[in-house]
Design a protein around this ligand. Structure first.
Ligand SMILES: NC(=O)c1ccc[n+]([C@@H]2O[C@H](COP(=O)([O-])OP(=O)(O)OC[C@H]3O[C@@H](n4cnc5c(N)ncnc54)[C@H](OP(=O)(O)O)[C@@H]3O)[C@@H](O)[C@H]2O)c1
Length: 295
């Protein structure tokens, strides 16, 4: 019998790739804030994960084997400006979901923002020290998930990207659309990460579901680079005008939340334990371009 998987945040950037990867293999129930159903033949239920009563009803009715928790308040500056709401969505809702789903497999997505970005990239055993509300939320929620009564998996990732029509959150989409429109953009040259394609991440999540692999793992793309170089690589692969891209420092952006600068993740643990590959960035971008052109 197919496993029954509850996917929260199913309409988000990662959620879309997960639905694509999962819908033929599992009995998927997707939940998210909005009424519009996804473009996949799955059961979809509009659900605010902070509505404890409705969450309880859905869990009791659906009885999932696995909970893949992707829903989050992901706007880092928004979390800094509204920390109460961020805590409610990113921490309290995780506590409720864990309490209501004991003795199953709970998979939680965390971030390299649990680190301060002084000496990344980081391994799973490096010391955490978040410097903004979102990072603190992610650390608090990790600590809740580690007490889950059942199998738990925490997958830390960073700078998740794709190019989907509906996503405002994607860096790739912003760069491609701006350059195509002839619009100059300024990109930080002091934030280092390993950008991670949603599709690679969804494949890894399927392996984790199939093997019920528990524990804390990093997963990211193979290449560690700063954001300006990421933008220049996007321009190269999409054959767009690089002269429209100029550098700026993070300090000059004057954002509400501090950013970990030298951040990112190292991934030998998951590569050895699960045999997954961390994909080269240029291959992922070429595949995205190919998919856009053949649509
Ligand atoms: N994106 C990254 O670079 C990155 C890096 C590291 C870790 N992560 C983590 O990966 C996971 C997936 O991220 P993503 O990139 O797919 O983010 P996303 O595109 O923002 O998706 C999150 C989804 O959760 C929904 N959501 C927000 N509040 C909710 C609520 N109260 N009830 C139900 N659903 C709610 C969002 O709806 P709205 O869009 O309407 O708010 C959105 O559809 C998150 O846990 C995120 O923290 C992301």
């Amino acid at each position: 019998m197919k496993k029954k998987i509850l996917v929260t945040g199913a309409l988000g950037q990662l959620g879309q790739a997960v639905l694509e990867e999962f819908h033929n293999h599992y009995h998927v129930i997707g939940v998210d804030l909005h009424d519009n159903s996804p473009n996949y033949p799955i059961k979809y239920i509009p659900l605010d994960i902070t509505d404890n009563k409705k969450v309880k009803q859905v869990i009791e009715k659906e009885q999932p084997d696995t909970i893949l928790h992707l829903a989050a308040m992901t706007n880092v500056d928004g979390c800094e400006i509204n920390p109460e709401l961020a805590f409610k969505i990113n921490v309290s809702a995780v506590e409720t979901l864990c309490a209501l789903t004991e003795n199953r497999h709970f998979i939680h997505i965390s971030s390299d923002y649990v680190f301060d970005g002084k000496n990344g990239p980081y391994s799973e055993t490096d010391k955490v020290n978040p410097i903004n509300v979102y990072g603190q939320n992610k650390l608090d929620s990790e600590n809740i998930v580690k007490k889950y009564k059942g199998t738990w998996t925490i997958l830390r990732t960073n700078v998740v990207f794709d190019y989907t029509k509906d996503s405002d959150a994607s860096f790739v989409k912003w760069v491609v659309d701006s350059l195509k429109a002839g619009k100059p953009i300024r990109v930080v040259d002091d934030q280092w990460n390993n950008p991670t394609w949603t599709v690679s991440m969804a494949r890894t999540l399927r392996l984790i579901v199939d093997r019920e692999a528990g524990g804390l793992f990093n997963y990211s793309g193979r290449d560690w680079l700063h954001r300006l170089d990421f933008a220049l690589l996007i321009a190269d692969i999409f054959e767009l005008n690089k002269d429209l891209i100029s550098p700026i420092s993070t300090a000059d952006l004057k954002q509400a939340a501090k950013r970990p600068l030298k951040s990112g993740l190292i991934t030998p643990l998951i590569e050895e334990k699960l045999g997954v590959t961390c994909d080269p960035l240029d291959d992922c971008l070429k595949e995205i371009k190919h998919r856009i052109e053949s649509n």
